[in-house]
Ligand binder design. Structure first.
Ligand code: NAD
Length: 370
């Protein structure tokens, strides 16, 4: 048996507990069939925490998250909590976690399973088998930097302004994550900015270039303007492996890349903190891109694949278990190829299954592919 890996599970609200519950079956499968044990603790977050403790995240749960090797998050929110004051809303629990864990690196993969290629807005030959990763700087740049504001001008008009500001340490730390990720993937990093028109972009490019020369030995590296990157993403997305970019461009490019894949119920994400200088480990939170889907909660029809792929990312990026992550991805691919679909990804000629039915089929395929 390998040593325990500390996994904190926060299912949250709505469909969160439904999809997380199914993913825990895959955790059990790994423990039984691959002899990998996880030390799983479950906690409350969002509305579920508010119902019991009157806060969307308790200090104890936060401490558990900081002590865990990875947090697997479901989703939070729902109509029952819409009237709560801003600071008590379920989403504040998630934001507090992200802030206190200092999760500055947001990873959004755009993966297209072959059998789902027809659901993309692009031609299937362009996206079939696509596997790219957008790495977005999450805690700096134009969404946070000062000065920012709206002011009245003497002539009676007004001005609104923001500041796009990055320091070299901020650029270097996200650049190092990109290099680390590319080494675990296909070995290519594309750094994206607008160095042609923005000073923050000039510094971004210079700093990234120095970092590549010093630390990206053996990797293929390149720089690209953000507008060109948007164009290239829809022209020939297969050219990319890891795209690293700032908060603003990352926001847009990750949504653009997500749409290449077709469905919200299939999109995972990860947010990572800085590497510990001694152990090299990072705080990490894994969650699907989708929310708590109150419209379908409790019906047993939610797609568990986004949550399962989030766990697969945890295996890859927190637990150094890339082979097991590959197994899970392969099992999902085979189930989709067999024509099984949850309602959100249903199309003509396919067979509808429930949340549980989808995971039954994935576990069955895991037995087959392992
Ligand atoms: P949503 O992602 O919850 O749902 C959007 C649509 O996609 C709905 O029709 C839903 O049924 C469908 N959908 C989402 N995930 C699905 C899945 N796994 N399987 C099948 N269908 C799925 O977004 P929303 O409706 O805008 O938000 C609902 C609640 O979730 C709100 O309270 C919002 O604040 C919250 N939210 C939370 C997070 C989070 O926890 N990170 C993210 C987004 C929204």
């Amino acid at each position: 048996m390998t040593p325990n890996r500390k996994l904190l599970v926060l299912p949250g609200d709505g469909i969160g507990p439904e999809v997380v519950g199914q993913v825990l079956r895959a955790v059990d499968w790994l423990a039984r069939r691959r002899l990998v044990s996880f030390d799983v603790t479950e906690g409350l977050a969002g509305g579920a925490s508010w119902d019991k403790h009157g806060t969307p995240l308790t200090d104890e749960t936060l401490a558990d998250a900081l002590a865990a090797d990875a947090v697997l998050f479901g989703s939070v929110g729902g109509p029952a909590y819409d009237q709560l004051p801003f600071e008590q809303k379920p989403e504040r629990g998630l934001l507090r976690l992200r802030k206190e864990m200092d999760l500055f690196a947001n990873l959004r993969p755009a993966m297209v399973f072959g059998p789902m290629a027809d659901s993309s807005s692009l031609k299937s030959e362009l996206v079939s088998g696509l596997d790219i990763l957008i790495l977005r700087e999450l805690t700096g740049g134009i969404y946070f930097a000062e000065p920012r504001g709206i002011e009245d001008l003497p002539d009676g008009t007004r001005k609104g302004y923001d500041t796009n500001l990055y320091t070299t340490p901020e650029i270097e730390r996200i650049g190092r994550v990109a290099i680390d990720l590319a080494r675990r993937r296909r070995g290519k990093v594309t750094s994206v900015e607008k160095a042609n028109v923005m000073m923050s972009g000039v510094l971004w490019r210079e700093t990234m270039q120095q970092l590549f020369e010093a630390e990206a030995d053996g990797l293929e590296t390149e720089h690209m303007y953000a507008d060109n990157c948007a164009m290239q993403l829809v022209r020939y997305p297969g050219q990319f492996d890891v795209i690293v970019t700032d908060n603003l461009f990352g926001d847009m490019l990750s949504d653009c890349a997500a749409m290449l894949t077709g469905s919200l119920g299939m999109l995972p994400s990860a947010s990572l903190g800085a590497a510990d200088p001694v152990t090299g480990t990072r705080h990490a939170l894994y969650e699907p891109v989708h929310g708590s889907a109150p419209d379908i909660a409790g019906q047993g029809i939610a797609n568990p694949i986004a949550e399962l792929l989030s766990f697969s990312m945890a295996l890859r990026y927190s637990f150094d278990m890339g082979e097991d992550a590959d197994l899970i991805d392969a099992a999902i691919d085979r189930v989709l190829a067999s024509g099984l679909r949850t309602r959100d990804i249903m199309s003509e000629g396919k067979t509808a299954v429930s949340t549980e039915g989808m995971m039954d089929a994935i576990l069955h395929e895991l037995d087959t592919v392992s």
